[in-house]
Design a protein around this ligand. Structure first.
Ligand code: HEC
Ligand code: HEC
Ligand code: HEC
Ligand code: HEC
Ligand code: HEC
Length: 440
């Protein structure tokens, strides 16, 4: 009797252990681990496009030359080669395939295709080689086809998605303006926490909605311009076209790109609408008039530094004050937002600086708004852990302070005589200075 019981007992144990091993080794479908998340899979392989060939940006650029040149300057075109991205991607804690699904979102851009997860573990993606991999397209990151090309599931042919409709292109076209306008939210409106650390926290779409703005992302980030959609030699009429520079917060990805920001449509969202000099204090009013979403938006690391300096006749700073507008996060033991004083769309911020003014007629006041993309601390850390980064990017990460703009001055006003005279520095002048500045 005892022996039988022992046999039954060990059989159950063996079965149980087998089950656990099986669970651990089971190939779990992606959708089971990340239900309802469209970024869990890249967009399926796009076959060559009739009249174009491979749907690379370079090929589109053979005819859409000006749009191509603008896009090449955009953050989208640099979303893979970006050294901040490469540095974060290289962290052992990054589930790389997930990051790549937004930063290089087409299957054509991937050497391998993730089919499932071993035991449901996102650090153990099961991958098969992708015969349609296109190395050139991979480097193009958020390329034209991300927004404009899809495959017709009936004919298995690629087609272009357009927004206007009166044109007769040499490639298949379907008109779906709404699709193009809504596409931004797939990547710019997602927050996800994995294993208690934050994968992404972008709420720009929700922020925009909350201000009851009637505008779309493209209305502001792709300013209209009257021109031909294609190069002059194709003899097409001028139409309402859109700049493809996708300029955002005015801190570009390289110092050389500063000179393009204003041309491609950069303008600050905030305006210094009022400054009030009292006996004991100075009150500054800053309004978010032009962004409709929060300022700052997107990546939680970003913030504004507002600075007020009192400057004497010798040009020396005799008093200074500074405040930060942005989010504050705690990263360990788990990601958690601890504060947030950002300025909502159409909202305003009052900054009271408690200063007794000593000799007001002798003093000038200088207000500056500095948009910070990357903190000095963070780039120091990146530099220290550069050894993890692939060789082709490593040298750049080691010199990140010199190569990568961390912040930009986007507003500057100088006051004298208790605010009687106000002089605003021109954006063009500020951006010439920004190209020479380093650090946060
Ligand atoms: C051989 C030249 C050529 C190539 C290559 C080409 N296009 Fe076009 N495309 C055109 C022409 C011509 C038009 C029509 C322009 C007009 O009539 O004003 C057009 C129109 C368009 C339109 C607007 C359609 C509308 O009515 O809204 C979009 C969007 C577009 N192309 C995207 C692309 C993309 C994306 C690629 C690359 C995958 C590409 N094109 C490659 C020539 C080309
Ligand atoms: C497939 C994902 C994806 C889609 C779709 C997408 N974006 Fe982006 N976008 C990104 C990524 C990733 C970056 C940042 C890359 C980096 O910093 O390296 C970015 C950066 C930007 C920036 C630059 C922000 C800055 O300050 O530098 C703007 C502006 C922007 N996107 C606007 C748009 C608009 C408008 C649309 C829709 C027409 C759109 N995006 C669609 C992924 C996407
Ligand atoms: C009414 C115009 C307007 C609309 C609509 C708009 N933006 Fe912006 N956006 C701006 C302005 C202006 C800025 C620069 C704000 C600043 O830094 O002062 C900006 C900044 C950004 C940035 C950089 C944020 C930062 O702090 O660095 C991103 C990313 C961005 N927008 C994405 C989007 C997306 C995605 C949408 C649609 C969901 C959108 N925007 C809709 C005007 C707009
Ligand atoms: C992040 C998404 C996105 C990317 C990437 C993108 N476009 Fe567009 N494109 C749009 C949107 C949105 C419109 C405007 C549609 C509208 O409102 O009519 C547009 C419009 C166009 C048009 C019609 C003419 C115009 O200017 O309105 C052409 C042609 C075009 N894009 C070509 C390209 C080419 C070529 C590339 C790559 C070099 C590219 N696009 C990259 C979103 C994108
Ligand atoms: C849901 C889509 C999505 C996923 C997933 C995603 N990103 Fe991004 N990423 C974006 C968008 C959109 C931006 C641009 C945000 C903006 O400018 O507001 C961005 C920007 C960035 C930036 C630039 C920040 C800056 O201020 O310039 C880095 C670095 C980055 N992502 C790293 C990663 C890493 C590492 C992962 C994986 C752990 C990842 N991303 C996963 C969409 C995504």
């Amino acid at each position: 009797m005892k022996r039988i019981l022992l046999i039954i007992f060990t059989s159950i144990l063996t079965l149980l252990a087998g089950y656990i091993v099986f669970q651990d080794q089971r190939e779990v479908p992606l959708e089971e681990v990340f239900p309802g998340k469209n970024w869990v899979r890249p967009i399926e392989n796009l076959p060559d496009l009739k009249g174009v060939g491979a749907p690379t940006a370079k090929n589109c650029g053979n005819c859409h030359s000006e749009i191509y040149e603008e896009w090449k300057l955009s953050t989208h075109a640099n979303a893979l080669s970006d050294i901040q991205f490469q540095s974060e991607l290289a962290k052992p804690s990054s589930p790389k395939w997930i990051c790549l699904n937004c930063h290089i979102p087409l299957q054509n851009q991937r050497e391998t295709i993730v089919t499932s997860l071993r035991g449901g573990n996102y650090f153990e993606p099961i991958q098969i080689p992708n015969p349609k991999f296109n190395a050139e397209m991979k480097e193009e990151a958020i390329t034209c086809a991300t927004c404009h090309v899809r495959v017709d599931s009936n004919t298995n042919e690629s087609y272009v998605i357009g927004g206007s409709g009166d044109t007769s292109p040499p490639h298949p076209i379907k008109i779906n303006r709404e699709f193009l306008q809504n596409r931004c939210n797939d990547c710019h409106n997602e927050t996800y926490t994995l294993n208690e650390s934050l994968i992404c926290s972008f709420q720009t779409g929700t922020e925009l909605k909350s201000s009851q703005s009637q505008k779309t992302c493209a209305n502001c980030h792709m300013p209209e311009i009257r021109r031909s959609f294609v190069k002059p030699s194709l003899n097409r009429p001028n139409r309402n076209s859109h700049r493809h520079g996708f300029v955002g917060g005015g801190v570009p990805k390289s110092f050389a790109l500063y000179k393009e920001q204003v041309r491609l449509g950069y303008k600050p969202g905030i305006v210094l609408t009022n400054i009030n000099f009292n006996e004991e204090s100075i009150i500054l009013t800053i309004e978010n008039q032009f962004a409709n979403h929060y300022v700052t938006s997107g990546d939680p690391e970003r913030f504004y530094r507002f600075k007020l300096d009192a400057i004497n006749q010798k040009g020396e700073i005799v008093q200074k004050e500074e405040i930060k507008i942005g989010q504050e996060w705690e990263w360990s033991p788990k990601a958690k937002k601890v504060s947030d004083n950002r300025i909502h769309g159409f909202g305003k911020f009052e900054w009271k600086v408690d200063w007794k003014q000593k000799n007001p007629s002798m003093i000038r006041y200088r207000f500056q708004a500095i948009h910070v993309r990357l903190k000095n601390n963070t780039s120091d850390y990146m530099q220290q852990s550069a050894e993890n980064v692939p060789l082709s990017y490593r040298e750049k990460v080691k010199h990140i302070q010199d190569l990568y703009p961390h912040s930009s001055i986007v507003l500057e006003s100088v006051f004298d005589n208790k605010g009687q005279n106000r002089r605003d520095t021109k954006l063009e002048e500020l951006f010439l200075r920004n190209a020479e500045r380093k650090g946060e």
